[in-house]
Design a protein around this ligand. Sequence first.
Ligand code: RP5
Length: 162
Amino acid sequence: MTTPPVGIIMGSQSDWPTMREAASLLEELGIGYETRIVSAHRTPDRLWEYGRTAADRGLQVIIAGAGGAAHLPGMMASKTRVPVIGVPIQTKALSGIDSLYSILQMPRGYPVATMAIGAAGAANAALMAAGILALQDPALARRLDEWRAALSASIPEEPSND
Ligand code: RP5
């Protein structure tokens, strides 16, 4: 089976309602992806194996969502040179601030491109991945430009009372 360009990984099944936002935007833009549950704490061997093989398998971008002590994106970045985009999942206890800080504050040398907390962050992760892939893919670049133009055109010039 050929490897799609994007890997969407998440720490738990409970992250999927958020990470689905990334998956559906990739679909809208015609970008192939795979999905895996990979937990830094509960399945560390799976994390290591995914990171160890990511570049050789042909993955070009990894979108990693995790919540709470959200070590998945950073640990994945430590294991592969494939760019990692981190999505902080909104949490009940601390509203996702815990996830955000866990993902954002990487030490020099192992970056994670950190998105906003929650669904908007997951959607933007897909758009960020699309922008990276579009650098080498003119057809995707056109689709992404069209998507952006359509969003822009959907914003009314004046507020409505309805
Ligand atoms: C993290 O712990 C996951 O990314 C998830 O956001 C959080 C809670 O996981 P569950 O207890 O819902 O499985 O590893």
